[in-house]
Design a protein around this ligand. Structure first.
Ligand code: ATP
Length: 299
């Protein structure tokens, strides 16, 4: 049984225009989990509860199998790094190296070599104050310090916001390297489909404050297909897990299935040869999921 990095039990949080929860979520240790959902759906709210900048109104949260009546202890907080959506203004008048010196003091596992490497790889200017940095430069600094902290739990809120495509590739590479070491769990809120495809092990879909489920990314992407068959609509009854279909021409039926494997077996057994077949893009799958079509294997 895998260890749990984070567990939400019946967590509810009332926000001005939205009730978030009840959230039941168990994130296993050592994976990357993408929190996905439309603007204002509650992703940052969940991350903020994990770093206790806000607290649940109801329910409880466990970190690495432990829950706490009030604040999480310092020893645990020092194992969590957080890159918020907007940078804090506290370090505005410091250069990156001055600000990093404070972080080095705070995080017991601080890795000065990694900090140096990341700052060079991302070409972050060292002589300018944080407030004078461009959005992307500041973001790169934040990523560099969060990784140099060697956290057990890394919370990233739209990590690549402001990154140019070249730096984005480097970021993906860095995060993959971190995961190879096997010491970190990453929970990231993101809208970037490519980021989810390249990084995430699991996808958690949040919609209007409700968690629609958590599912393994690979199985999500492999299972949904659009298929064109030389047939009429009478064939639909015999096909498994059809989410949508239409008679495109008098002799062509188009179907979308959430269980491509079973569908392909049925087609094979019945001797139907598809005219065309394609995997759905992740954004198409998420849209169907939001519309109420549940994927297989949801936790
Ligand atoms: N500081 C705050 N005080 C009160 N309500 C807030 C606060 N921050 C966000 N909210 C509200 O909470 C709800 C969820 O917001 P949240 O930031 O968690 O969404 P999100 O999924 O991260 O959105 P986005 O993708 O736009 O970043 C929204 O209705 C938002 O208006």
């Amino acid at each position: 049984m895998e260890l749990s990095a984070v567990r939400f039990r019946n967590v509810k949080k009332h926000r001005k225009r939205l009730d978030v929860g009840p959230i039941h979520l168990n994130i296993p240790e050592g994976y990357i989990v993408a929190l996905v959902g439309q603007n204002g759906s509650g992703k940052s709210t969940l991350l903020n509860m994990l770093i206790q900048t806000i607290y649940p109104d109801e329910g409880s949260i466990e970190w690495f199998g432990q829950s706490f009546e009030q604040e999480i202890p310092m020893s645990l907080r020092q194992q969590i790094a957080y890159v918020p959506e907007l940078p804090s203004t506290e370090e505005y008048f410091l250069t990156p190296d001055e600000a990093a010196a404070f972080r080095a003091h705070w995080y017991p596992n601080w890795d000065a070599e990694r900090y140096e490497e990341m700052m060079q790889r991302f070409e972050v200017p060292r002589d300018s104050k944080l407030r004078k940095m461009s959005k992307g430069e500041r973001r790169k600094y934040e990523i560099a310090v969060s990784l140099a902290a060697r956290p057990r739990l890394l919370l990233l809120d739209e990590p690549s916001s402001g990154f140019d495509p070249f730096s984005w590739k480097k970021l993906i590479g860095e995060l993959r390297e971190v995961m190879k070491e096997g010491q970190t769990t990453i929970i990231m809120a993101t809208h970037i489909v490519d980021e989810i495809k390249r990084l995430a092990d699991y996808v958690v879909l949040i919609h209007r404050g409700q968690m629609l489920g958590m599912v393994e990314k690979d199985s999500l992407i492999d299972s949904w297909k659009e298929i064109w068959l030389n047939a009429d609509s009478s064939v639909i009854e015999e096909l498994p897990d059809v989410l949508q279909w239409d008679q495109e021409t008098p002799s062509t039926v188009r179907v979308i299935t959430s269980d491509a494997q079973r569908m392909e077996q049925v087609m094979k057994d019945s001797g139907w040869i598809p005219l065309k077949m394609r995997s759905l893009e992740l954004d198409e799958i998420l849209e169907l999921w939001i519309e109420g079509h549940m994927p297989n294997g949801v936790y």
